[in-house]
Write a protein of this length. Structure first.
Length: 477
C-alpha cells in the first residue's frame, strides 16, 4: 500500500518519504525570493528583459526570413525585366518578319504570275479535243473565259473534263447553243466556258514550323520558401515552453495529492497576502505574478511587433508566387526566339534574291529593246506597244502598265511568252486576249496589258510605312 502525503491544519505539507525533490537551482531562487534577498522589482526587471530578449530574437528571425524573401523577389523582378527586354526584341523581330514575308510573298506571286500565260496556253493546247476550235480566249487576273465552236456537245464535255485535270479549277459552262446554219455541219454548237486557276499554297519555312512547334518548359529560379520554416520554428518555441511548463508533472503516483496540498497552501497564502506590500508576498504569488507579466509582455510583443512582420512576410511569399507565374509565362513566350531570328535571316536572303528582279527604275528603253528582240526572234508582228496609265505605288513595289498588241502563229506566241518570263526583270501579263480572225487562219491576235515593276525608292518606302502606321493607329482607335 502506497504512502499518501499529509497536510497540516494550515495547509502545509509534512515531509514524507515520497516527497518530490526540488532542483538546487530552483531551491536557490525560491530561497532568495522568499527571504527577500532578491527584491521583487529586480526580478520583474529580469522578467521584462527576458521578454524583450525573446521578442527581439523573434523579430530578428522573422526579419532574416523577410530579407531573404525580398532578395528572391528582387532577383525574380530583375529576371522578368530582362525577359521584358527580350520580348520587346522578339516583338520587333516578328513585326519585321511579317513585313518581310508579306513582301516576299507578293514578289513570289508576281514571279509565279509571269509564267501563267505559258502554263495556260500549254494546258489549252493539250485540253482541246479534235472537232473543237477555240475562237477567243480572255484572261483577267485569275479568271479565264473561252469562246469557241465544236462539232457536237460531246466535244465541249471532253474539253471541260480535260480542263478539270489541268491546273484550272471551277470550270463552268456558261452557254451552249446550236451554231447558225450557214455552212456548219449538223449538230455543231458554240460555247462559252469560264474557269479560274487553282491557288498555289506556298510551303511553310522549316524555321517557321520549328519556331511554332517549339515550346520548351520554363522553370523560375526556385528557392526554398521560409513559410514552412517560420511556422516550424514558432511551433518549436511554443513546444519548448510547454515542455518547461509541464516539467516533472505527474512523475509519481502521488502527484495529484501533492497538487491538492499545493493548492491548499496557495489558497491559505493568498488569504493572508498583503497586496499593498509586494516585498512580503509569498513565493507562489511572486512566481505567479512574474509568470503573468512574462506572458503578457510576450503576447504584447507578438501582436504589436512580430505578427505584422509575419503578415508582411506572407505578402512577400504571395508576391514571389505571382512573380514565378509571370516568369514562366514570359519564358514560354520567348520560345523559339533563335528560330525566329534564323527564319528572318533566311527570309532576308530570299527577299534579296527576289529584289534582283525589281530594278531601281523602269528603264523604258531597255524594256523596249528586250521586247522587240523577242518579237522579232519568234517571227511575230508587233502592232503597238505603249505605256498606259500612271505609275502605281504599292506596299513593296511600283507598277507601270503597257498596252501590247501582237499577231502571229499560236506556237510562236507561246515561245514569245516564255521568253518574256525569262527576262532579267519582272514582267507579267495580268490581262490578255487571244482571238482568231477567220476560220482556217493560223494567225492569232494577242492583245494584252503588260505590267512592269520596280523597287520602291527610300522616300516612297518611308511614305508607305507612315501610311501603314497611320492606318493601323486609326483602326486601333
Amino acid at each position: 500500500m502506497r504512502d499518501e502525503p499529509s497536510c497540516t491544519a494550515d495547509g502545509s505539507q509534512l515531509n514524507t518519504p515520497n516527497e518530490t525533490t526540488i532542483p538546487p537551482a530552483l531551491a536557490t531562487l525560491a530561497a532568495r525570493l522568499g527571504a527577500g534577498r532578491q527584491p521583487l522589482y529586480r526580478a520583474l526587471a529580469y522578467v521584462l528583459a527576458l521578454a524583450v530578449a525573446v521578442s527581439v530574437s523573434l523579430v530578428a528571425v522573422v526579419g532574416c526570413f523577410a530579407a531573404d524573401q525580398a532578395a528572391r523577389n528582387e532577383r525574380l523582378t530583375r529576371e522578368i525585366s530582362s525577359l521584358d527586354r527580350q520580348l520587346g526584341e522578339l516583338k520587333q523581330i516578328k513585326e519585321v518578319l511579317q513585313i518581310s514575308l508579306a513582301k516576299m510573298r507578293s514578289i513570289a506571286q508576281l514571279q509565279q504570275g509571269r509564267n501563267w500565260p505559258v502554263l495556260d496556253l500549254g494546258a489549252l493546247s493539250r485540253a482541246i479535243p479534235q472537232g473543237l476550235r477555240l475562237v477567243e480566249m480572255g484572261v483577267d487576273g485569275g479568271t479565264l473565259v473561252l469562246r469557241g465552236e465544236a462539232s457536237s456537245a460531246a466535244r465541249v464535255a471532253a474539253l471541260i473534263r480535260n480542263l478539270d485535270e489541268a491546273h484550272f479549277g471551277s470550270v463552268r459552262l456558261v452557254r451552249l447553243e446550236a451554231a447558225s446554219a450557214g455552212g456548219n455541219r449538223e449538230g455543231a454548237v458554240v460555247f462559252v466556258v469560264d474557269m479560274t486557276r487553282r491557288p498555289v499554297v506556298p510551303e511553310a519555312s522549316p524555321a517557321a514550323t520549328a519556331a511554332a512547334a517549339a515550346a520548351p518548359s520554363a522553370a523560375p529560379p526556385d528557392d526554398e520558401s521560409p513559410g514552412a520554416i517560420s511556422v516550424t520554428l514558432i511551433a518549436a518555441l511554443l513546444a519548448g515552453c510547454a515542455v518547461l511548463w509541464r516539467y516533472r508533472r505527474g512523475r509519481r503516483a502521488g502527484a495529484v495529492a501533492t497538487r491538492e496540498c499545493a493548492a491548499g497552501r496557495l489558497l491559505s497564502s493568498l488569504a493572508r497576502v498583503d497586496y499593498a506590500d509586494p516585498e512580503r508576498w509569498p513565493l507562489a504569488v511572486r512566481l505567479f505574478f512574474l509568470a503573468e507579466v512574462l506572458v503578457l509582455a510576450l503576447a504584447a510583443a507578438w501582436w504589436i511587433v512580430v505578427l505584422p512582420q509575419i503578415d508582411a512576410l506572407r505578402e512577400q511569399e504571395q508576391a514571389e508566387s505571382r512573380l514565378k507565374d509571370e516568369f514562366v509565362a514570359k519564358t514560354r513566350q520567348l520560345a523559339g526566339r533563335a528560330l525566329y531570328s534564323q527564319q528572318l535571316k533566311e527570309v532576308d536572303q530570299g527577299f534579296a534574291a527576289r529584289l534582283k528582279l525589281l530594278p531601281g527604275s523602269f528603264d523604258d528603253a531597255s524594256l523596249l529593246i528586250e521586247l522587240n528582240q523577242s518579237v522579232l526572234g519568234r517571227g511575230l508582228s508587233l502592232r503597238r506597244i505603249n505605256p498606259v496609265g500612271e505609275v502605281t505605288i504599292g506596299d513593296s513595289y511600283a507598277t507601270q502598265s503597257w498596252a501590247v498588241e501582237l499577231t502571229g502563229d499560236f506556237n510562236d506566241l507561246g515561245a514569245f511568252l516564255a521568253d518574256v518570263g525569262k527576262l532579267g526583270r519582272l514582267v507579267t501579263f495580268p490581262k490578255y486576249r487571244l482571238s482568231t480572225a477567220t476560220r482556217g487562219d493560223s494567225a492569232v491576235l494577242f492583245d494584252a496589258t503588260l505590267e512592269v515593276y520596280r523597287e520602291l525608292s527610300v522616300d516612297e518606302a518611308a511614305q508607305q510605312r507612315r501610311a501603314a502606321l497611320k492606318s493601323a493607329t486609326k483602326e486601333a482607335s
